[in-house]
Design a protein around this ligand. Structure first.
Ligand SMILES: [Zn+2]
Length: 172
């Protein structure tokens, strides 16, 4: 399957040709498929029969924030309405999961951001994210115990994602 050609076809068909050029690679560089905005590269790590869905999934990421929040799900629903080969379960399961655990959605966004902006110091990244989500006051204080817990978790996830990213990029 020529995934690069497929990207170009889907771009014309479902995005009005407006997506910027991306390199599409079949690769096991990451544990799952991934869209790296910084490198304008989509890595597909998928069985052949799931390749098309995975590509469309990642293409939807190119024009929404990292993670599987409402912006990404809107894109997926739009693609599906246009007749793209996406089962509804591909994005509805994320909606259900995120409803049960909204923090998970934020953590995924942080994880993506840590890899998309590899030069931004982790603390700054999490800090800007905290303001963005309203988890801290203007003085930078988390007001409740659950917010503090979430922020600790966010810092941990971002650090792990960054370490993994650096290993993959500078290692063997
Ligand atoms: Zn995704």
């Amino acid at each position: 399957m020529d995934v690069q050609k497929l990207f170009e076809r889907y771009n014309r068909k479902y995005f009005g040709g407006k997506l910027p050029p991306y390199t599409v690679e079949i690769s096991n560089k990451y544990a799952t498929s991934r869209c790296c905005k910084a490198k304008r590269t989509i890595y597909l790590n998928e069985k052949p029969e799931k390749m098309k869905v995975a590509l469309l999934h990642e293409m939807a990421h190119t024009i929404s924030r990292s993670g599987h929040g409402p912006g990404w799900r809107r894109q997926m629903a739009r693609l599906q309405r246009l007749g793209a080969p996406i089962p509804k379960s591909e994005y509805q399961s994320y909606a259900r999961r995120n409803k049960i655990d909204p923090c998970r959605e934020y953590l995924e966004e942080i994880e993506g951001a840590a890899m998309d902006a590899p030069d931004l110091p982790i603390h700054e990244l999490v800090q800007s994210f905290r303001y963005d989500k309203g988890f801290i006051t203007i003085e930078g204080v988390a007001e409740t115990a659950s917010e503090r817990r979430f922020l600790r978790e966010a810092l941990k996830v971002a650090k792990e994602a960054r370490t993994l990213f650096e290993k993959k990029n500078h290692g063997a």
